[in-house]
Design a protein around this ligand. Structure first.
Ligand SMILES: C[S@@+](CC[C@H](N)C(=O)[O-])C[C@H]1O[C@@H](n2cnc3c(N)ncnc32)[C@H](O)[C@@H]1O
Length: 313
């Protein structure tokens, strides 16, 4: 949660507002009827949720779900936790980690969180043998682009897939402007100068990261070009907030209330029908329109988009 949202008077939601694990399971089952096979738990910070493993095992046991993944800051990812997540059914984990030079890390992190804890969390994820461990680095010009090579040096050959994400104008608090975007092309050029790369094909159609591998066989990296090469046309992500709003775009201003349907005892058929309608009628393609907006680049910025900490990445 960004520091300026997490003020002294921050009001936490009462538990009765949140979707219960029963609710989440019901919704995921409905999504599978429409072809969804992958669920990612994100946040906020998913590891803060009580009894998360119980939810994970319920989701992994749903017929049709073949992939339960998680995005976390890894601050609570002890070896024990990594083992219990794996046992519950997590196969793949993405860990957010934007810098490895202590001063840069401190500047980005803002609350002086010990960097070593995150490195330990990444280690734990590898050691327990999760199928895929990725590290996400959001690159901001003037902030951490000088850490691209140190991150590459650290993670090359470790089995971790390092992914570089263009800094996006998500939410309303991250002081985004185009000058702060270090582009995927710049990222690739920077790495390629020292560690030659070649393109690798997609794992599956619509994969958000473009994959590259080191010519010397030390593994692969990914780049996510959300600003310079928007992929709205291929986007197949539906996002569900903790209180049951369905967002059809990371940059939406509002979501569709699914919790209301659950509270009104809608049956699965009715929920599936509603989901299909929302999905087929969606028109949002914010990233494609970012530069076409008559107000100019980033002029949607003040229009109260949903916060990243609320909806996940
Ligand atoms: C919002 S976090 C939530 C999950 C968890 N708390 C964590 O830290 O991983 C999910 C991901 O969003 C990405 N992210 C956050 N802000 C971003 C921004 N402005 N531009 C691009 N990606 C961003 C980060 O890569 C992070 O890995």
């Amino acid at each position: 949660m960004p520091k300026d949202i997490f003020g002294k008077n921050h009001q936490f939601l009462p538990p009765s507002e949140l979707l219960s694990y029963d609710d989440i399971e019901k919704l995921v089952k409905a999504f599978t009827v429409l072809g969804v096979s992958k669920v990612r738990l994100t946040g906020g910070e998913p590891l803060l949720r009580k009894d998360l493993e119980r939810l994970i095992s319920r989701l992994s046991n749903i017929e049709g779900i073949n992939d339960v993944a998680m995005t976390t800051n890894a601050s609570l990812l002890t070896k024990q936790r990594a083992l219990s997540l794996k046992a519950a059914g997590v196969r793949r984990i993405n860990i957010s980690f934007d810098a490895i030079t202590p001063e840069i890390y401190r500047k980005i992190n803002e609350i002086n969180y010990p960097m070593q804890d995150i490195l330990n969390g990444i280690r734990n994820a590898i050691d327990v043998g999760l199928e895929t461990v990725k590290v996400n680095m959001v690159v901001q010009k003037g902030i951490n682009e000088t850490d691209i090579i140190p991150m590459v040096k650290h993670f090359r050959g470790s089995g971790v897939i390092l992914r570089f994400i263009e800094f996006m104008d998500v939410g309303n608090h991250n002081k985004w402007n185009l000058a702060r975007v270090f582009t995927s092309q710049e990222i690739i050029n920077t790495i390629n100068e020292q560690y030659p790369l070649r393109v690798v094909g997609e794992n599956y159609p619509g994969e958000v990261a473009k994959r590259w591998e080191y010519l010397d066989g030390e593994g692969e990296i990914g780049v996510i070009s959300s600003i310079t090469q928007p992929f709205c046309g291929d986007c197949s992500r539906a996002r569900l907030s903790a209180i049951g709003e369905l967002y059809t775009c990371l940059f939406s201003r509002s979501g569709f209330d699914l919790r209301g349907m659950l509270r009104k005892q809608f049956n699965q058929e009715q929920i599936v029908e509603a989901l299909a309608k929302i999905w087929t009628n969606r028109t949002d393609q914010y990233s494609v329109e970012r530069f076409k907006n008559p107000g100019g680049v980033g002029s949607h910025r003040n229009s109260q988009k949903v916060e990243m900490s609320y909806i996940g990445g």
